[in-house]
Design a protein around this ligand. Structure first.
Ligand code: GYE
Length: 344
């Protein structure tokens, strides 16, 4: 298709060279970027990387992975930091689009709120690869508005956490759920996978294990994926729900905050309260080895190599699936010691 073989610059060049009214009118008639804008082959690229924040090891691990891979390839990485503020990420993306970066590779902090920024990039002729978090597909579609989403299966992460917790508690638990950032793709899907599994269904299909009526979620509140907030929320919820026997945290940082809150309240995490979380960070592996955390489903932040490899495939004109799925391991007392210090 013609849109695919021209990029924004070649269109501009045609215009600037005064290629004539006929050529110009030919392009005016084409709807603006019916497909994801193409990316031409060049020696080097300027890549816009709009990071969500920098206040936890997962984010730092992801940023370093992107920086290392860009440096290895000799590309320029223009990095912004939204400091866990969605409005700031929207402004950061506006400014990267205005700078005319060649491509945007980034994690959208919230699934609906950031989707219009993906459409703005497309309208400006800048292709987008989403890493680690996705946007709402009813607003922006992979393969049409952006190249692809590269990341984990968050629904399945939630299911795996639930399955482990059922085993570990014998199917009887009063659970506090610490949710991730409200409106973020991983928080929405990790909640869904966990709750559906306990209800005896998974992605619309009844599970072989059936429902688990003894697994009761007694409270569920956001801790915004942050350690301090996880601790504060747990302190408050513990007062209202002293009968809690299990915690499901949408990430390790909040689980570690919750462990501190439980200990301060004289509880014994790992014994009278069983915890499970997601990420597989070094701190989580240490907590598994010392017995305070039960298990952690991996969610890798190391997107640099796969992101730039996907970008290279796009430049080469290869077909890219709508979702480049990252496979996750599972850490519990059987294997955590083997991986201590190797994560982030
Ligand atoms: O689990 C969490 C981080 O978007 C998958 O965000 C990521 C999540 C990750 O802050 O620790």
């Amino acid at each position: 298709m013609i849109e695919r073989s021209l990029n924004r610059r070649s269109v501009l060049r045609l215009g600037a060279a005064g290629a004539g009214a006929i050529v110009a009118s030919r392009y005016v008639a084409i709807p603006a970027w019916a497909q994801v804008p193409p990316l031409e082959e060049k020696d080097t690229y300027t890549v816009g990387f709009a990071q969500v924040g920098s206040n936890n090891p997962w984010r730092l691990g992801e940023s370093k992975s992107m920086q290392d891979e860009a440096a290895r390839l000799g590309y320029t990485l223009v990095e912004t930091n939204a400091n866990e503020d969605t409005a700031k990420q929207i402004a950061d993306l506006d400014s990267l689009i205005a700078q005319g970066v060649d491509i945007l590779i980034f994690p959208p902090r919230e699934s609906q709120a950031i989707a219009p920024s993906v459409l703005k990039a497309k309208a400006a002729g800048i292709p987008v690869i989403l890493i680690d978090r996705d946007v709402d597909h009813s607003i922006a579609k992979p393969g049409e508005d952006y190249i692809t989403f590269i990341g984990s299966d968050f629904v399945d992460q939630g299911r795996r956490a639930a399955e482990w917790l059922v085993e570990a508690t014998g199917g009887e638990a009063k659970i506090i759920q610490l949710e991730g950032t409200t409106g973020s793709d991983p928080a929405i899907d990790r909640q869904k996978g966990f709750e559906d599994y306990l209800a005896g269904t998974f992605q619309g299909t009844p599970t072989a294990a059936g429902a688990h009526p003894g697994m009761e979620i007694i409270a569920s509140q956001t801790g915004d994926f942050q350690r301090d907030l996880g601790r504060e929320v747990m302190q408050t919820l513990l007062q209202a729900h002293p009968d809690v026997t299990a915690v499901y945290a949408h990430n390790d940082e909040m689980a570690i905050g919750a462990i501190a809150a439980l200990q301060e309240a004289g509880r014994t995490p790992g014994e009278d309260v069983i915890l499970v979380s997601i990420d597989g960070s070094n701190a989580a592996l240490d907590a598994i080895v010392d017995g305070t955390l039960g298990a952690s489903v991996e969610s890798s932040p190391f997107f640099g190599p796969i992101a730039f490899e996907t970008m290279a495939k796009y430049i080469a004109g290869e077909d890219i699936p709508d979702w480049v799925k990252v496979e996750d391991r599972f850490f519990d007392e059987s294997n955590a010691a083997e991986f201590q210090g190797e994560q982030f």
